[in-house]
Design a protein around this ligand. Structure first.
Ligand SMILES: *Cc1c(COP(=O)(O)O)cnc(C)c1O
Length: 422
């Protein structure tokens, strides 16, 4: 298996011996699906009847006039079921899981978005589902945990280590080693050991295929530039895939600049120069690590971009100069999001808003005949707690306080009844 899955020096599959047969089985299922036109047809049918594919492109006329430069178009991945492009990946892996004859899926999740998407897929396909999540994340992401449990998933709070994403990943791999005969591990982004990066990019390429065709049909030309935010890299690779052969289209990936430059303050692996090439979590890429290979803390206002590694496929595009990488800071991101909500009535997720920041920086100096395309990877309903905090909205705070008061009063009345009868 070591012969495949490299993108020049990046990628590979550094996995424990015991998982080799499982990875071979997955690789075979993936390659078969890729060779079988019926698979892609089934996938498109599923996504058009269960999610919202093809998602439209929207001309952002008000933002275009506001910036007075390039025409701004937006690819609407936020219209997918569960609110983001993550649906493409999990539904595709659901079809592959069924082909392998497995009936249980597991996944790791940080903020919980991938957990919700996986639990949704499991409910739809009738699979058993276990989601691993750091105990700290379980405590702070109650709305997502609530929906996962409603969908029948078992959510396991991992108490090890820092009780966050990387500990959840370790625990999920432990489960997989024990249960690989009937279990598929639904990895959430274009990272990890081969075949995951390639398989996830292939499933997400549905975004780019649609977008390219829509630009030609609706706008009559390809965009000059395509912008996407970069966490693990799946939505970026998804939309970039449609334009990789079009040398005249510039691809721009936007990472989490967090509080700005300086290790520990951001999650920009490619745009800043803090990251080093190394092997971790089963693959080789740029990681935010120190000289000893110790992973460093990252920070971002958006949980979905807050990750130490990056897709080996994007690392290779970066190395070859085939894509440009920038970073947007937390403050810039909240501002770009508010402007987009106000001007267009669109609600881009904090993750997606990173792409908007860079597009807004560049649009004014481009010609009015130029066209840019931004991938709105998801919607921000999930971000209401973070955004309301960031803009310090007093009415929202009062709402939360009132809600807490209601629960406290209800709790007390239960206790009192109990005491009376004791
Ligand atoms: C999870 C998430 C991301 C980051 O993941 P990628 O694999 O980099 O695409 C970006 N946007 C949204 C809305 C997400 O939910």
């Amino acid at each position: 298996m070591q012969h495949s899955g490299y993108f020049n020096q990046f990628g590979g599959a550094f996995i424990p011996e015991i998982l080799v047969p499982t990875f071979n089985q997955l690789e075979a299922a993936y390659l078969q699906a890729k060779d079988d036109p019926q698979f892609w047809q089934d996938y498109e049918t599923l996504m058009s009847t269960y999610s919202c594919r093809a998602t439209p492109i929207t001309f952002a006329q008000n933002l275009t006039e506001h910036f007075g430069g390039a025409q701004i178009y937006i690819k609407r991945e936020d219209l997918n079921h569960t609110g983001a492009h993550k649906a493409n990946n999990v539904m595709g892996q659901g079809l592959i899981t069924r082909r392998m004859g497995k009936r249980r899926v597991i996944a790791e999740t940080g903020a919980g978005q991938h957990g919700v998407a996986t639990a949704t897929m499991a409910a739809k396909f009738g699979f058993d589902c276990t989601i691993y999540m750091g105990a700290v994340d379980v405590a702070r992401q109650r709305p997502n945990v609530f929906w996962m449990e409603q969908m029948g998933a078992e959510v396991i709070a991992v108490e090890d280590g820092s009780a966050t994403l990387k500990d959840a990943i370790n625990e999920a791999f432990r489960d997989w080693v024990t249960n690989m005969d009937d279990t598929h591990y639904v990895l959430g982004t274009a990272c990890g050991p081969y075949p995951f990066p390639e398989m996830v990019c292939w499933l997400q390429s549905i975004i780019g295929k649609e977008a390219r065709q829509q630009m030609l049909e609706r706008v009559g030309k390809l965009p000059e530039r395509v912008y996407a935010c970069v966490g693990g890299g799946s939505n970026a690779m998804g939309i970039f895939s449609g334009f990789l052969d079009d040398k005249e289209v510039e691809l721009v990936g936007v990472e989490a600049g967090g509080r700005g430059r300086g290790m520990g303050h951001h999650a920009a692996r490619l745009a800043y120069d803090d990251a080093k090439i190394g092997v971790a979590q089963g693959y080789k890429t740029y990681f935010l690590q120190n000289g000893d290979g110790q992973m460093q803390d990252t920070h971002s206002v958006s949980a979905g971009l807050d990750y130490v590694g990056v897709s080996p496929i994007l690392a290779d595009l970066h190395e070859r100069g085939a894509a440009r990488f920038e970073a947007a800071t937390d403050d810039e991101v909240v501002e770009a999001m508010r402007l987009t909500v106000r001007k267009e009535g669109l609600i881009p997720a904090l993750e997606s808003s990173h792409a908007f920041v860079q597009a807004f920086k560049e649009a004014p100096s481009m010609a009015s005949t130029d066209v840019i395309l931004i991938n709105q990877s998801g919607r921000a309903d999930k971000d209401i707690f973070t955004v309301a905090d960031a803009i310090d909205d007093p009415k929202w705070k009062q709402f939360i306080i009132n809600k807490a008061e209601e629960y406290r009063r209800a709790d007390n009345s239960i206790d009192n009844t109990g005491d009376d009868h004791a």
